[in-house]
Design a protein around this ligand. Structure first.
Ligand code: CDP
Ligand code: ZN
Length: 158
């Protein structure tokens, strides 16, 4: 038995915020705004897994009205999602995630992101791929107003 899931998320860029992507603190002039650490990439990953499990989305699991999740470390939230996945009897088959951002270049950080994600999901890093694209200066990502991320995962019954 296999299950497939998709995740999509967007956060605004703002001054005076850290830029956290895939659990990596990336030096940049702006960061993503949000209730948690606004790690848009990890949010898309969590939504893909919850989708595959038929468990809704992160808004349902970790409401952004809940003060408990103010400034939350999204990798820690991913560990909770992984816990649910294992309890439901699934392991990660593979995961592919794409960050949509005009700048900065994230390719120097993707290996470290794979390490954070695979550690949280308790799987071999070879099961996880992280990549990025610009949208050629078009739209909100192109204008640098925000970043988006999309993820697709396959879960395998244990
Ligand atoms: O059309 P293509 O995606 O090849 O071009 P691009 O969007 O300009 O991205 C060129 C390269 O930069 C790709 O290999 C991306 O992985 C990388 N990239 C990145 O590291 N960080 C970004 N924010 C956007 C793209
Ligand atoms: Zn988010």
């Amino acid at each position: 038995m296999m299950r497939i899931g998709i995740g999509y998320d967007v956060h605004r860029l703002a001054e005076g915020r850290k830029l956290i992507l895939g659990g990596v603190d990336i030096p940049w002039t702006m960061g993503l705004d949000g209730h948690s650490d606004a790690d848009v990439l990890t949010h898309a990953v969590m939504d893909s897994i919850l989708g595959a499990l038929g468990r809704g989305d992160i808004g349902k699991l970790f409401p952004d009205t809940d003060p408990a999740f103010l400034g939350a470390d999204s990798i820690e939230l991913l560990k909770q999602v992984a816990e649910l996945m294992h309890r439901d009897g699934y392991v990660l088959g593979n995961l592919d995630v794409v960050l949509i951002a005009q700048r900065p270049k994230i390719s120097p950080y993707t290996e470290e992101m794979r390490d954070h994600l695979s550690e949280a999901l308790r799987c071999d890093r070879s099961r996880i791929n992280v990549k990025a694209t610009t949208e050629e200066k078009l739209g909100f990502t192109g204008r640098g107003e925000g970043m988006a991320a999309e993820a697709v995962c396959l879960l395998e019954e244990r």
